[in-house]
Design a binder for this molecule. Structure first.
Ligand SMILES: Cc1ncc(COP(=O)(O)O)c(C=O)c1O
Length: 399
């Protein structure tokens, strides 16, 4: 038997409920992702209490499901987008938008500048293209500079600073670039400094934010102007695996808030994806077949890595570990066994859970894979092998 991550507390009831609704309501529709909006709303409220006065931006890449965006729009201060597709998905909301990410195509820059979106510039070349496009359109473009800092976010699952990088402009080249865009008549919106993702170490996040503020203050003094906005990135992680603990964001807020005085004329934003929506998602997949092979029991399901790649350990993890899973249709106190839960793809990589202890399940039972709300379906190769696209449902106790 191998360990699995802890099931989020909101989903520990047997029978399972998601967004106040019994799992039976969704079980007939597998494979399906259900997102519990109660959890998202309570995350946002917790952020507001921990970081009063700091703007909250949602990184759409974490989960772009349209009903989720519509429900979040009134509760967050901005959307961070990463493509022309995400620009279209967020059309029509009143929230300010910022567009980060390398390799923005001219057509994307043109639509974003035309729509009044702030472009987080990733390079000097991108700045030239944005200025030329804005000149053609006769618009003063909103431009911020994404800085590739000298430091990294220690302990983060994905580091985006402190090294040669396709992301952002190296810190030493930033002042000259800002002077150039100011001279060109652009509306300079400030700095974007995103140092890493999936960080669970509170001290590392505190240190990275302190370095970010120092760096922004230094750059501002080199430029001779205060940044209107400092987007501090985010990177708050969630505990997927055994032994991992949730991030104490209140402790981060306590240290961060006094530090903001270093830039008195600047607004601050934190941009989060995973921490807001990751724990809210449950992926439900039905057991199609149960088989024994050389002493091991396999539950073969109607979806796997094609829908929830991250849970199979194939999205940026070095050592495969088990996400939390459960048999959603099990009765309380059912006998348990050690099983391996796999998807329907012809690859040994398609393992949702490896040798975990679960209530005994038969074909027809439904497996719940937790922590599926961020980088789930949209970060999975759902067309691989031609299985149908899973459904997605937003559930909330108020609806
Ligand atoms: C620029 C930027 N902002 C925000 C995010 C969201 O990160 P997370 O989902 O860890 O909060 C990412 C993730 O890669 C990113 O690259």
């Amino acid at each position: 038997m191998k360990p699995m991550g802890a099931i989020p507390t909101a989903f520990r009831d047997v029978p399972l409920t998601i967004g106040g609704r019994p799992v039976d309501e969704f079980a007939a529709q597998t494979p399906v992702f259900v997102y519990d909006f109660d959890i998202v709303a309570s995350r946002i409220a917790r952020f507001r209490a921990a970081f009063p006065g700091v703007d909250l931006h949602y990184a759409v890449k974490a989960n772009p499901f349209a009903p989720l965006l519509a429900a979040m729009a009134p509760l967050v201060d901005g959307f961070d987008i990463a493509s022309g597709g995400e620009l279209a998905m967020t059309e029509g909301f009143a929230n300010p938008r910022s567009f980060a990410g390398p390799g923005k195509r001219d057509v994307e820059l043109e639509s974003a500048i035309g729509a009044g979106v702030t472009i987080n510039l990733e390079s000097a070349g991108e700045a030239d293209r944005a200025l030329a496009i804005a000149g053609r359109l006769g618009i003063a473009p909103k431009l911020a500079v994404r800085v590739n800092p000298e430091f990294e976010l220690r302990g983060s699952g994905m580091r985006m600073g402190g090294r040669a990088s396709p992301f952002g402009v190296d810190a030493d080249q930033v002042p000259a670039l800002i002077k150039r865009i100011l001279d060109a008549g652009a509306d300079w919106r400030g700095f974007h400094i995103f140092a890493g993702s999936q960080a669970l170490d509170v001290q590392a996040i505190i240190d990275s934010q302190a370095h970010t503020i120092d760096l922004a203050a230094r750059l501002a003094s080199d430029v001779g102007a205060s940044p209107p906005l400092l987007n501090l990135g985010g990177g708050f992680g969630i505990p997927y695996f055994p032994g991992e603990l949730p991030v104490d964001i209140e402790a981060i807020g306590k240290v961060l808030l006094p530090g903001l005085g270093a830039l008195p004329d600047t607004r601050f934003a934190i941009e989060l994806g995973r921490w807001l929506v990751g724990e809210a998602g449950v992926y439900l997949t039905r057991v199609v077949d149960r088989k024994q092979s050389r002493g091991e029991t396999f539950l073969v399901c109607d979806g796997g890595l094609n829908h929830q790649l991250a849970a199979t350990g194939n999205l940026g993890t070095v050592v495969r570990r088990n996400y939390p899973v459960a048999v959603a249709t099990a009765v309380p106190n059912a006998p348990t066994e050690t099983v391996t839960v796999v998807g329907p793809l012809c690859t040994p990589l398609d393992r949702l859970a490896d040798q975990v202890e679960l209530p005994v399940a038969q074909p027809g039972d439904v497996i719940a894979v937790f922590m599926a709300g961020a980088y789930g379906l949209s970060a999975s190769p759902w067309e691989f092998l031609g299985h149908p696209r899973p459904l997605e449902i937003l559930a909330a106790s108020a609806t």
